[in-house]
Write a protein that binds this ligand. Structure first.
Ligand code: BG6
Length: 504
């Protein structure tokens, strides 16, 4: 593993506003569905520099005028024709140019580099392409003279499917770009509430002083999706939920919840602290799997009152697949702050509803003085809802009102709805923030090489342990909260998932 821990102090690519943006894969799904709408919103908020020029790159033989038509059509579709502001739209379209490039053909890059020759030399290249093209793109761009010490490269996940393959991709990038020039996207880091975690933890002494194993019983990070594979069968069946969600999004959330306060808010300080957490994760040994890991796969069920097919019955399914669409695991962080406080991570496709939540389950008081039948109520929980309806809610206990209620306890939330509490109510999409920060050269919302690789190392180890056991994949019906074995697993340790807490 390269020692990248100090390389982002290198300042050639960071901290300078980039006025040239080149989007590879510009006609692909990610670009049209996420990046173009994000650029539109940044334009609308007047956050793009006046000089910014955007080169869209793809293989199709279309003209710049046709590209503009496509982009306008896309924005109508994803933002809504009635929402589009004509002057914003026209400003954005004026910035766009198109260059036809077959990404595997070296000579096409010469045309691209020539087209960029009059542009500002600090170019941000965004690779919205499959990762197997990263190496070719970097190499050809470099050979054509398109890369300099001011260039930045933004890459999407997946960075490999295990530690070895991630190293191959990282090595290919490192041949042409310094670590300070590489911006690896994990779109969860761009979400507003994820950003808010940093403010919540480190700007509020109230929370930070109790953010440890003395006060916190366990932490739960749940990312439930109601969608299934959405036509991405070829990719997903080789990945599964461990590689698709845990190795990146859930591990990043875990790091932000568990890390020590960084000495400053700069990229190196934050990323160093995240790496320390990843390094402290205890491996899950084969003989611990039964108590630490449940893998599941959705089976036929009901979604919104209609029958819905299971994973193996989806159209184009690999009917003998044993890829997991659900995972629940108990992670332990072996350090001073967290030893004895487990982190339960849970994520699945085709579950009851889409909800991403971090729940901090606090310990009860050491001495309890209220009615014995209310003892299980007397705990605080902090619920950080990332999506939908971003909110932070602290569950506190008060007394039931009324002379006849004695000292009967009740739990109520102190609730902060983030969209409503601030007047500029629109919560930006993660890609808006990430694009803006990449253009500014701020790496703190992007993932460093060592983070990616240590996360893979841990996930690979957990997968190998699982494979060495005879644990089966547990079925769960579409539209449920996952297999019942996930409840058994957490209950073995005397804990409950948040949705079950008030039922007992
Ligand atoms: C992507 C995964 O990274 O994240 C998808 O590849 C998943 O499978 C998606 O659906 C979830 O993102 P979000 O922002 O909708 O929670």
């Amino acid at each position: 593993m390269s020692d990248s821990s100090s390389s982002d102090e290198h300042t050639t690519a960071t901290g300078i506003l980039s006025h040239s943006f080149v989007l590879f894969g510009a006609l692909g799904d990610l670009s049209l569905r996420k990046l173009m709408p994000a650029l539109y919103q940044l334009e609308h908020a007047q956050l793009l520099s006046q000089e910014l020029e955007i080169m869209a790159v793809a293989r199709s033989a279309i003209s710049t005028a046709e590209l503009k038509q496509r982009v306008e059509h896309t924005l109508n579709q994803y933002i809504g024709a009635d929402q589009l502001n004509p002057s914003t739209l026209s400003r954005l379209l004026q910035r766009l140019c198109y260059c036809q490039v077959d990404l595997t053909q070296a000579h096409d890059y010469i045309t691209l580099v020539q087209a960029l020759s009059s542009w500002q030399p600090q170019v941000t290249f965004y690779l919205a392409t499959p990762p197997n093209l990263y190496s070719d793109i970097c190499q050809h761009l470099h050979s054509a003279g398109g890369v300099n010490s001011f260039s930045r490269i933004v890459v999407e996940k997946p960075i490999g499917h295990d530690l070895a393959s991630s190293k191959v991709i990282n090595d290919a990038l490192a041949l042409y770009f310094d670590e300070s020039q590489i911006f690896r996207i994990d779109h969860y880091l761009g979400k507003e509430t994820v950003q808010n975690l940093i403010a919540l933890r480190f700007a509020n002494p109230l929370f930070e002083s109790q953010w440890n194993n003395q006060y916190i019983d366990y932490v739960e990070i749940s990312v439930a999706e109601d969608v299934g594979i959405e036509g991405r069968w070829g990719y997903f069946d080789k990945a599964g939920q461990m590689r698709d969600m845990v190795q990146n999004h859930l591990m990043q959330l875990l790091c932000l919840v568990a890390m020590d306060p960084p000495s400053q808010l700069d990229a190196s300080s934050i990323r160093d602290e995240k790496v320390k957490v990843l390094r402290s994760l205890k491996p899950i040994k084969p003989d611990e799997i039964r108590h630490h890991l449940v893998l599941g796969q959705y089976a036929d069920g009901q979604f919104k009152q209609a029958p819905a097919p299971g994973y193996l019955n989806e159209s184009d399914a690999n009917t003998s697949s044993n890829t997991e669409t659900f995972i629940a695991l108990r992670a332990e962080i072996a350090n001073w702050r967290w030893t004895g406080t487990p982190f339960y991570l849970r994520t699945g496709k085709r579950m009851a509803s889409k909800v991403t939540e971090i729940v901090i389950h606090y310990k009860p008081n050491s001495h309890y003085i209220f009615s014995p039948d209310q003892a299980s109520l007397a705990k605080n929980r902090l619920v950080i809802r990332l999506q939908p309806s971003e909110s932070i809610s602290l569950q506190v206990l008060t007394k039931e009102q009324g002379m006849d209620k004695g000292m009967q306890l009740r739990r109520d939330p102190l609730q902060l709805d983030l969209a409503q509490s601030q007047s500029n109510a629109r919560i930006p999409d993660a890609y808006e923030r990430l694009l803006l920060e990449a253009l500014k050269g701020n790496q703190s919302l992007f993932v460093r090489r060592d983070e990616v690789e240590i996360a893979w190392q841990w996930c690979d180890q957990v997968r190998h342990s699982f494979q060495s056991t005879d644990q089966p994949l547990r079925p769960y019906p579409v539209g449920s909260n996952g297999p019942k074995e996930a409840n058994d697993m957490i209950q073995m340790h005397g804990h409950l998932w948040y949705e079950d807490c008030d039922e007992i």
